[in-house]
Design a protein. Structure first.
Lengths: 162, 416
């Protein structure tokens, strides 16, 4: 896989072509980048960040394992009473402010993403889908996006799936 | 990989436009009911012309008027109470009094005891109503053509049985002419019409049942296909629905549908979305009402094809009724602004949709939307807008996902 890892330049160029509203900045660590910009989910526009760094031996930062997407504003709204996925759907919970938790956009164990893939052609689309499903979840407390959880093991289909 | 991922979206990718179209489809006469209406209309016509009928050979024309003639029929009252369909029965019996004309039609329609229509027929002030078990009502108004050379300028008859006959009168009308003007003026946008018709047919459960029953049954004509359904007419249906909701619990008459249709026509233009049409029509109605109020008068709207055919003859009855509608239009415009505002959350927009068009309709529309989007998100079968967003209109949505589907993952909140 190492040979096919996409360079940061390739990632930045692809992002500029596919989603020019996502602007790159130098990341906090070496060989890393953070994009900031607006993405529409279902109807609302969210300001998000995508942090990503090339794998470096001995570094375990999440953003070097996968692109880390956070919703910056409007803030995600936890719903402790939600019928499904309380208090927030499909995130890697991070304290102290769980509203900034990274979104869980793919199953790492299923090999759905690796560093040979373009973030603009995978992560961004998944983020849009996540945001759209989130807008419904915010309204109904039901998660329509499907998925599974680390500790669940079984593919979860929404109750209202066709 | 050379193509940009985001595509320009169509009006059908706007969630607000989808909500508005879905409400309109839920309240309008569905294709299956349209087919049923055509059948019933033909059966009534045959019944009135049967041997032994007092109207045999005395009917010149039998035509739809009102909302059904312009493709804007919506469910009758507050919830799902069926449809009121207006039909003009043009008689060749000059010189009849209103009482005689209405009684003649009533007798001819009712037939002998035991006849199919005997217990379904009711005499009203201006028409004879046929009540069907499925809550469809057909209002037959006897009419008298005034001038052979000015078709269909006519009189309809007003005769309230409990009032003295001296109060009976003939009322000038040319509903046929108005429908002609409406259809000719109301712009039809072909892509809009096609997509709207597709959605209406998909949503028609009655049609699904009919097709199961009889495989050879052709797809019935629908108001969105016959004559073309414009976004203007869809907006008009929604305004009527909002009026029905507002006036359901009020005393007195409500603003006439034909008045709303005429005011709509005054600002009709092609190329607008449903939401844009609603905004422009509601603003125009508000403007006309305020104009009348500013000079101490009641709004006056007349048939553009027939001077003297006044659409505001029974409403507003007084300034108070007019003021009520002014307040309604102001509220409607502020609610519409929330519905069309993409910065608003979905719960806010759902709530406003329900206030505008009714609780049950709003819930049903949102449930359908949830199912459609859920399917698109899980399968990845949709396109993306330039700034994101799930684009599902058939014009750009593709069978092959632009971005492969993924499995949303993550940790569960630890339960203590």
């Amino acid at each position: 896989m190492a040979a096919s890892v996409k360079s940061l330049r390739a990632q930045v160029q692809a992002m500029a072509r596919d989603w020019p509203q996502l602007q790159p900045s130098r990341g906090l660590g070496a060989r890393s980048v953070i994009w900031f910009g607006d993405l529409k989910g279902l109807s609302r526009t969210f300001h998000i960040s995508i942090e990503y760094g090339l794998p470096i031996k001995g570094r375990q930062d999440l953003y070097r394992v996968m692109p880390v997407v956070r919703v910056l504003r409007p803030s995600l709204t936890p719903n402790w009473e939600a019928e499904e996925e309380a208090p927030l759907p499909h995130v890697y919970f991070e304290r102290p402010d769980i509203r900034l938790s990274p979104l869980c956009l793919f199953d790492p164990k299923a090999g759905e993403w690796d560093a040979s893939m373009l973030i603009s052609r995978t992560t961004v689309g998944w983020t849009i889908r996540w945001l759209a499903a989130y807008e419904f979840w915010e309204m109904t407390g039901r998660w329509i996006g499907g998925g599974r959880h680390e500790d669940a093991g079984v593919e979860k289909e929404p109750e209202n799936a066709a | 990989m050379n193509a940009f991922l985001g595509k320009p979206t169509s009006q059908w990718d706007s969630v607000a436009e989808q909500m508005l179209a879905a409400v309109a489809i839920k309240i309008e006469l569905p294709p299956s009911m349209h087919a049923l209406l055509a059948e019933r209309k033909a059966a009534i016509e045959k019944h009135l012309e049967r041997d032994g009928s007092p109207l045999k050979g005395k009917i010149r024309l039998f035509y739809q008027q009102g909302s059904v003639a312009i493709g804007a029929t919506i469910r009758a009252k507050f919830r799902f109470e069926g449809f009121d369909i207006d039909i003009i029965v043009e008689l060749t019996t000059p010189g009849m009094t209103p009482w005689q004309a209405l009684e003649l039609l009533y007798e001819a329609m009712r037939g002998e005891p035991g006849s199919r229509y005997y217990d379904m027929t009711e005499r009203q002030t201006r028409c004879v109503t046929i009540h069907y078990a499925d809550e469809m009502h057909l209002d037959l108004s006897p009419a008298e053509l005034i001038d052979e050379f000015d078709p269909r300028r006519s009189y309809i008859h007003h005769s309230k049985p409990e009032e003295p006959r001296s109060r009976d009168r003939k009322v000038l009308t040319n509903s046929f002419g108005f429908a002609e003007v409406y259809i000719a003026t109301c712009p039809v946008d072909l892509p809009f019409q096609q997509e709207y018709a597709r959605r209406a047919l998909r949503a028609d459960q009655g049609l699904v049942a009919m097709q199961k029953d009889a495989e050879s049954l052709p797809v019935p004509a629908h108001s969105s296909v016959v004559g073309g359904k414009s976004a203007v007419t869809v907006a008009l249906q929604l305004l009527k629905r909002n009026r029905n909701i507002n006036w359901a619990t009020r005393d007195g008459r409500m603003p006439a549908s034909v008045m709303l249709s005429c005011l709509t026509l005054e600002v009709a233009e092609a190329g607008r979305t449903i939401g844009q049409n609603l905004q422009i029509i509601a603003q125009h109605i508000l403007h006309r009402l305020l104009q009348a109020k500013s000079i101490g008068q009641l709004i006056h709207v007349e048939n553009p094809r027939c001077p003297g055919d006044v659409f505001t003859d029974r409403w507003p009855e007084n300034q108070a009724a007019q003021d009520t509608m002014i307040a309604d239009m102001r509220l409607f415009l502020s609610q519409l602004a929330v519905l069309l505002d993409d910065r608003r959350s979905l719960p806010q927009r759902r709530d406003v949709l329900k206030s505008m068009f009714g609780e049950s309709i709003g819930d049903a529309v949102m449930n359908e939307l949830e199912q459609d989007y859920g399917e698109a998100i899980r399968t990845g079968k949709h396109a993306f807008g330039v700034t994101g967003g799930i684009a599902m209109s058939p014009v750009i949505a593709k069978a092959k996902p632009a971005v492969k589907p993924s499995t949303f993952f993550g940790s569960k909140w630890p339960r203590r």
